[in-house]
Design a protein around this ligand. Structure first.
Ligand code: ADP
Ligand code: GN1
Ligand code: MG
Length: 350
């Protein structure tokens, strides 16, 4: 791997390269240099099954980083993309694998589950800051790196295809959960038609607002937003809703003890408070009016994506054991049930 790092335009002597992170798509490594205790760089192998167009992917990321940097908002740190010796923001190795590097944000930490209410509030501030900062990006639209990424219609079609084909012969043992999701498709699909209308405009959204894509300092303040692979045009609800799934969750996304799975209303309120403290001035009333249903929609989208992947025989997400994807789908089901019960309370905070 040192040979790969050598292709990038850095002068340091590398001492160690260690796997890090818990993402489901790319492979991430911390890169250490001689004489320094904490990592100096992040090296990532890009999953080209998910991101076939690396050039467009990296163009979006570099543009986003430059724009965020131009804001000069010293509350947040912006990582830098490292160019290769021949001036590109990715390197294709001899095996045809694609790599990229960023500077490591010093003294930062990430969490898969929110440690407490304050962290959730801080995550809200970070993602709100991101949306606000990206709202005046000039020039061409960002590339749609994964077409229809949060299209409910597309995700439902993919689920129906997976059910029809049942290539891994897993349908029969999972009828109940499949029915749970199928029962909700029609209601969920209605939301798609609001997107890109006067009611819900397209913005530049992050689209993968898990809590582990926010970096915190040792005092628990949010200091950076990372994982910019899916930055592209989208609805504010994608970011608000997807963030609630992990910032306000009482348990990890793959917790199998479903008694533990649910949403904390206090955390939900804290996230909303932090998020709106940054975005209130740019959001329209109809955007705000629909925020409360977006966590349920995003949990539904993730649930059917995990389920479809399981039925297809696990060709998309990384898994640690054979039932991992169905466990994730059951976990999101429980989260949805909890949010259905709390729907009125979730609505009333706006
Ligand atoms: P994935 O797409 O696999 O989720 P991420 O880009 O989110 O990959 O990186 C995985 C983890 O690596 C993050 O949750 C964070 O802990 C760490 N990380 C990534 N980039 C940086 C960075 N620039 N500075 C510090 N830590 C980082
Ligand atoms: C993937 O890469 P990671 O783990 O941050 C996925 C998201 C899902 C998430 C579920 C490109 O994100 O859409 O919400 O897993 N990213 C992609 O944990 O599909
Ligand atoms: Mg990530």
């Amino acid at each position: 791997m040192k040979k790969i790092v050598d292709k990038f335009d850095i002068k340091d002597n590398i001492s160690e390269i260690k796997p890090t992170g818990s993402g489901h798509i790319n492979d991430t490594y911390s890169v250490f240099v001689e004489g320094e205790k904490s990592p100096k760089y992040i090296l990532q192998r890009i999953n080209t099954n998910v991101f076939p167009n690396v050039k467009k992917l990296q163009e979006n990321i570099v543009r986003t980083l430059e724009h965020l940097k131009s804001k000069n908002d010293n509350r947040f740190k912006i990582m830098e993309a490292i160019a290769t010796n021949d001036g590109k923001y990715w390197h294709k190795d001899e095996e045809g694998l694609y790599w990229r590097m960023f500077t490591f944000i010093p003294e930062s930490q990430s969490f898969d589950l929110s440690p407490n209410d304050d962290f959730t509030y801080q995550a809200g501030v970070a993602y709100g800051w991101f949306i606000k900062s990206m709202s005046d990006l000039k020039g061409e639209k960002l590339h749609e790196v994964i077409p229809g990424f949060h299209s409910i219609k597309l995700r439902v079609t993919q689920l129906r295809d997976a059910i029809k084909n049942d290539v891994a012969n897993r349908l029969n043992d999972n009828r109940n959960i499949v029915d749970f999701y199928l029962d909700r498709c029609a209601e969920m699909e209605k939301f798609d038609s609001l997107i890109n209308t006067d009611k819900i405009p397209l913005r530049n959204t992050h689209n993968d607002t898990k809590i582990n894509n926010v970096l915190f300092n040792e005092n628990g303040k949010s200091i950076s937003v990372i994982d910019l692979d899916t930055v592209m045009p989208g609805a504010i609800h994608y970011d608000f809703g997807d963030a609630i799934r992990t910032t306000a969750a009482k348990a990890l996304e793959d917790e199998t003890d479903l008694k533990k799975v649910g949403i904390s209303l206090d955390y939900y309120k804290s996230f909303a408070k932090g998020f709106l403290s940054e975005t209130e001035d740019i959001l329209t009333q109809s955007e705000i009016d629909y925020l409360h249903i977006s966590p349920r929609i995003m949990a539904f989208i993730m649930g059917i994506r995990f389920l479809a992947d399981y039925l297809r025989g696990d060709d998309y997400y990384k898994i640690k054991y054979s039932n991992h994807n169905i466990d994730r789908a059951k976990n999101q089901m429980k989260l949805i049930l909890d949010m259905e019960e709390k729907a009125e309370l979730m609505k009333n905070i706006f």
